[in-house]
Design a protein around this ligand. Structure first.
Ligand code: AMP
Length: 397
């Protein structure tokens, strides 16, 4: 339904300011994605929004464009130590990408943005906040620190966006989010976007939103239908070799390799480097500088493989990822959907290959239940990767 509606609308039909339309057109966007066609008019009309949206659906522009529109219409600069709008996101990487997007979509207007995230020095953030800003993009913990110390007050903030609310819940940010929402001005516009809608997010919406417009884009994930998914059944001891074999295939362009733990990410990264492949790694134990460098090298094409944990990779906005490899299956089935959504972005197709050891078969079944279809098992078409399971079973008999 949403898909059909979006084709009827052009960006120019949505009521956005000229400066924003110019930026959208400079980015090469012609038609709004379904979530944009739904969220932009709802936000422009001043409604609260509760949306189910996966990464890759164009959700960032869906909330950033109307937010910029409101800032362009306002015209008065924010008072010192205040902010007009607040966007909260689960990770530094995602927050920094949102801030980048605001600068791109706001390039033809005056807009000030402060990035307030953990793992970066507090002083420059405090200085930026002291002048007053149009938009704060923040991870909840660091923002709460600044709000508690008086570096910023949120009682003039009347637009709040929670992006990837379910992931913030997983990371334990709910108490901080509640405290922050209590500090924010009333009345206000509150937008919550989440890949999944667990009970806690619905409760949060009930508590902090007023009659929200409910929007669902991608709960049955149109992106997933464009991803060729498969499983290579193997065992833990063989995984490294299987992975290098798969990564060496000529059709692999830009690939992300997911691991469950930071330690495993380091081991796999080292193994790939030793195998002569150009790879970087990001995870929570890397410094902000290391993560930024690894991401920049990957984006620019200096490295073609990025090894990542789930948390570090959330929201990474890199187009043209041809393959996602799950070196280990994630504990939570939803994370699988997020992982494979790194490919097939912006209408493209992609390939997702999961290495599954016998101990991970339960996880695989959980994933298949969630996505509602079995994933094809491979035997034979990946060279060495194919037959690990069989000979070992035979040997045990
Ligand atoms: P997101 O879901 O916000 O991470 O966006 C996914 C990708 O889609 C990003 O690379 C955006 O630049 C791109 N994108 C967003 N909106 C549009 C649009 N209307 N047309 C084409 N590409 C878009």
């Amino acid at each position: 339904m949403a898909e059909e509606r979006s084709y009827l609308k052009q960006f120019t039909d949505l009521g956005l300011a000229e400066a924003i339309l110019r930026a959208v057109s400079a980015e090469g966007y012609t038609t709004p994605t379904p979530i944009q066609a739904d969220v932009i008019p709802a936000m422009l009309a001043g409604h609260d929004v509760l949306g189910t949206a996966q990464t890759g659906t164009g959700k960032t522009a869906a909330f950033v464009l109307p937010l910029l529109n409101q800032i362009a219409a306002r015209g008065t600069p924010p008072r010192p130590k205040t902010a007009t709008a607040l966007i909260m996101s689960p990770t530094r990487e995602l927050a920094s990408q949102i801030a980048d997007n605001i600068r791109i979509y706001g390039q033809f207007m005056r807009v000030s943005v402060a990035l307030v995230v953990g793992g970066a020095r507090a002083m420059p953030q405090i200085r930026a906040l002291s002048r007053g800003v149009d938009i704060i993009v923040a991870t909840p913990g660091r923002l709460l620190d600044h709000a508690s110390s008086g570096a910023v007050r949120l009682d003039h903030t009347n637009i709040v966006v929670l992006d990837e609310a379910d992931h913030m819940l997983d990371l334990g940010f709910m108490p901080a989010i509640r405290e922050i929402l209590q500090m924010v001005a009333k009345p206000r516009q509150t937008v919550m976007l989440s890949a999944t809608m667990p009970k806690q997010i619905r409760n949060l919406a009930r508590e902090f939103q007023k009659d929200p417009v409910q929007i669902s884009a991608g709960s049955d994930s149109p992106a997933i239908s464009r991803i060729a998914q498969s499983v290579v059944q193997t065992d833990n001891a063989s995984k490294r070799h299987v992975l290098t074999t798969l990564l060496s295939a000529p059709e692999v362009g830009r690939a992300i390799v997911f691991t469950r733990t930071k330690r495993c990410a380091d081991t796999v990264h080292l193994h790939l480097q030793n195998a002569g492949l150009s790879a970087g790694a990001i995870h929570g134990d890397k410094s902000q500088g290391e993560r930024s460098n690894a991401l920049a090298s990957f984006k620019s094409g200096r490295t073609s493989i990025l090894v990542a944990t789930d948390i570090a990779a959330r929201g990474i906005d890199v187009d043209d990822i041809s393959h996602v490899f799950n070196y280990e299956l994630p504990d939570a089935a939803e994370a699988y959907v997020h992982r494979i959504g790194r490919t097939a972005r912006a209408g493209r197709s992609g390939i997702a290959i999961s290495l599954c050891a016998p101990s991970e078969r339960n996880l695989l079944r959980g994933i298949e239940r969630l996505i509602g279809t079995p994933i094809e098992r491979h035997a034979g078409s990946f060279g060495q990767a194919a037959n690990f399971d069989e000979p070992r079973r035979v040997a045990r008999r």
